[in-house]
Design a protein around this ligand. Structure first.
Ligand code: SF4
Length: 755
């Protein structure tokens, strides 16, 4: 139990400290005197001050010391730019950066990768040089998707990781608490400050029975999303337990945890189990597996008698494959119901493209099961009716499935094997088979399916399903197809039923590492200089925001009263805008261009309050800022749902916004807004949203007495009519109020450093 075990095979200075975790946990145990869930054990053992920290689930704010930070290339640019402005010589917490989001899918993996390396050269040079300078591990383009690389190399049971990407929870499949955060939170931890999280509630998901046939781990989370909706996990960690937990692979568990982001959960986690041991062994980390076994009882499992805030039970014996969508991942349809659901809802039944892979579903097991279905179809003389794409999650997976023949099977089936990157999952897809605006259906094994996410076409109905189901759809070409009951016709016109998929959880011959795509920081970092071209349109050194002027904000125009869902994709679109993630001025030109204006039900068309002119949202916001007018946005439910994208908070701040007022926020977006010095406020009475006219002027008053738990008053000044008062609530604590006063969390951090 006293061994010194490395956290991973890439760093020689980082060691697993289970002993300290248990020591901290015992301190908390003495104070709270109750059994803990597994997630609680990890959280409380990472407290900054276990002896004095207030702990009440759903109420207190925990100050935590994560073991590691992971950033993907789109969010890392801004996180590192912010870290640089804190003026420190190296990161205080182990960290990695992963180049995965900026590679557009056009042709084949090698061609797309070569083009991306040339197109994004200045960004990769910046990230590579900054990583070398500040002691961060750098995974070059082509290495794979952040969450897959973390699972293969860095995740281990009982650890606490934060990542600047919403699907960071993927590592929960290896018993780690892995939480998606905004870049600003990552900057805190990189700079050595504790990280703050509202103590999550714990939702227990009890899995009973065993899956079989066409059902796969993906169906557990698709079913759960249908039960909880996209908001059901908000403020909570989903912890799986029950006999079913032991019945599937580590990568299957990762898929389930990955998509916990779609129900708004803080993260999801499985307790340490034998599948994790096997995965650690297969990924050359047997020492960690052995070490973890010693701590299974004390640390790496839930205590007997622990209590969950809510328990949901899923019977794996009766679980059907599900297909979720379109437009939202919680619209769950079991395949037996799709025959009626598709025509009833007007979903085009012709499946134009089937896409497998992504960080969610590109494990060896996924690929081997997908290949088994294709082999069966090929034996009957069939190939893909729909277009078919494959995105391997990592170079290791790609090289292994190439060696074992699966990629060849996919190619023979008519598949297009893309780069080891996010590609179509994040809109990096040069889709050619339809015109923009054409109504069509695609099915992917990805996790998200918001409007326009994959191909920028608002008329695309994107469904998410297991890779097995995606392959079945690609063979049949029809959304109504149910492989369990529906026969296909072979090349000779004879009917046959596809055999249920089968595959291996782990490669029998071991993983093939493929090309070495990792850049370790050099031993001597003193001579490294960070590369930023001052004339770049993609990278821009940050200028600190101005502190609050100490005054109430009066007569502010409403930039936009948003109608319906406003996700981070609506607030700061991805796709072509990804290239400006390191340039705040340029990326701010996408602010809210996807949000719907309640006045005209149009996107990116708002009226200037002063001139009466109709224009784009970012142009109008910039006009207000340049003419000295602060402004507000009014939003509906769960504003900022989706990703951890801090640009969705940086942009309104850069454009002169003062407050974002909604019925409710998604957690990460709300924190991001606070970090950038904006007021994130909620209607006390959600009905007040309906009473606000988009051309009202808004006062936010009594800010001198802004305090934790104290309501805020907003005065609405209608063009015609009497002013009226509306009460707003907020979740700012004392420290977060300081961020607002200083102009941003980073400003506050700099003030503290200077003291
Ligand atoms: Fe990349 Fe999609 Fe995974 Fe996000 S969800 S990390 S975009 S593959």
């Amino acid at each position: 139990k006293d061994s010194k075990v490395h956290m991973n095979n890439h760093e020689d200075h980082t060691f697993i400290n289970y002993k300290n975790n248990v020591k901290n946990l015992e301190i908390v145990r003495k104070r709270l005197n109750r059994p803990f869930t597994y997630a609680e054990k990890i959280l409380y053992s990472h407290l900054d001050k276990p002896e004095s920290q207030d702990i009440e689930r759903g109420v207190s704010y925990l100050k935590l010391r994560p073991d590691r930070v992971a950033c993907q290339d789109a969010t890392a640019q801004m996180a590192i730019l912010q870290f640089m402005s804190a003026g420190m010589p190296s990161v205080a917490t182990p960290a990695t950066v992963h180049c995965d989001h900026l590679i557009q899918a056009q042709k084949t993996g090698p061609e797309d990768l070569a083009r991306a390396i040339s197109l994004n050269k200045e960004v990769y040079d910046f990230l590579g040089s900054a990583c070398a300078k500040y002691n961060i591990g750098f995974w070059k383009p082509g290495s794979g998707i952040i969450h897959q690389i973390v699972l293969e190399n860095y995740a281990f049971p009982g650890a606490l990781l934060i990542g600047t990407d919403s699907h960071t929870p993927n590592a929960g499949g290896l018993g780690q608490l892995a939480i998606g955060v905004g870049g600003a939170d990552a900057v805190d931890v990189l700079a050595g400050f504790p990280w703050e999280l509202k103590a999550p509630k714990i939702i227990g998901v009890k899995l009973t029975g065993k899956m079989s046939g066409w059902t796969s781990p993906k169906d557990i989370i698709l079913k759960l999303a249908g039960i909880t909706t996209v908001k059901g996990g908000t403020g909570a960690i989903v912890e799986y337990f029950g006999e079913g937990v032991e019945t599937f692979s580590c990568t299957g568990m990762a898929t389930i945890c990955n998509m916990g982001a779609e129900i708004g959960a803080t993260t999801s986690v499985f307790p340490f189990n034998n599948s994790m041991v096997k995965y650690l062994e297969a990924t050359e980390r047997s020492e960690i597996a052995e070490f973890a076994k010693l701590y299974k009882k004390d640390y790496l499992s839930a205590d007997e008698g622990c209590e969950y805030d809510q328990v949901i039970e899923i019977d794996l014996n009766t679980l059907e494959p599900h297909v979720n969508g379109p437009f939202t991942p919680d619209l769950a349809t079991p395949i037996s119901k799709m025959k009626e659901a598709a025509p009833k809802n007007g979903w085009p039944t012709d499946v134009r493209v089937g896409l497998i892979g992504s960080c969610t579903n590109s494990s060896y097991e996924d690929m081997s099961r997908a290949a088994s279905i294709i082999k069966d179809a090929q034996a009957h003389g069939l190939s893909a009716k729909s277009l078919f794409t494959v995105t391997p999650g990592s170079e290791q997976v790609r090289a292994t499935i190439e060696r074992d023949g699966f990629l060849q099977t996919f190619r023979e089936f008519g598949g297009q094997v893309l780069a080891n990157a996010c590609g179509p999952c994040i809109g990096q897809w040069d889709r050619k088979d339809i015109k923009k605006g054409e109504k069509n259906t695609i099915v992917s094994s990805f996790n998200r399916n918001f409007t326009s996410r994959n191909d920028g076409n608002p008329e695309t109905r994107a469904f998410v399903a297991s890779p097995e189901m995606v392959v079945a759809y690609a063979i049949a070409g029809d959304l109504r197809f149910n492989p369990i009951t529906d026969k296909l016709k072979d090349a000779n016109g004879n009917e046959f039923l596809l055999k249920p998929p089968h595959g291996e959880g782990l490669p029998a011959k071991g993983y093939d590492h493929g090309e070495n795509t990792y850049q370790a920081p050099p031993a001597d970092r003193s001579s490294v200089s960070v590369q930023i071209n001052p004339t770049s349109d993609r990278l821009q050194v940050l200028t600190p925001f101005k502190p609050w002027d100490g005054k109430d904000a009066l007569k502010m125009p409403i930039l936009l009263k948003a109608f319906g869902k406003t996700t981070t994709d609506h607030i700061s679109m991805a796709g072509p805008w990804l290239k400006y993630r390191g340039h705040l001025q340029n990326i701010s030109n996408n602010y809210m261009i996807g949000a719907i204006n309640i006045v005209n039900k149009k996107a990116n068309t708002v009226q200037n309050h002063y001139t009466g002119e109709w224009s784009g949202v970012p142009q109008t916001a910039g006009w207000y800022r340049d003419h000295g007018h602060k402004w507000v946005v009014i939003g509906d439910e769960n504003m900022g749902e989706g990703s951890s994208r801090e640009h969705a908070a940086l942009e309104p701040r850069y454009l002169g916004g003062f407050a974002i007022i909604t019925k409710s926020f998604a957690r990460i977006h709300e924190t991001n807004l606070k970090k950038q010095g904006l007021l994130a406020l909620n209607f006390k009475d959600p009905k007040d949203y309906d009473k606000i006219n988009p051309d009202d002027e808004v006062d936010i008053i009594d800010l001198a007495s802004f305090a934790p738990g104290k309501d805020i008053t907003m005065v609405l000044n209608p063009k015609n009519g009497e002013p009226w008062k509306c009460t707003l609530t907020h979740t700012f604590n004392a420290e977060q109020i300081e961020w607002f006063k200083s102009g941003s969390a980073l400003n506050k951090m700099r003030e503290i450093e200077a003291e």
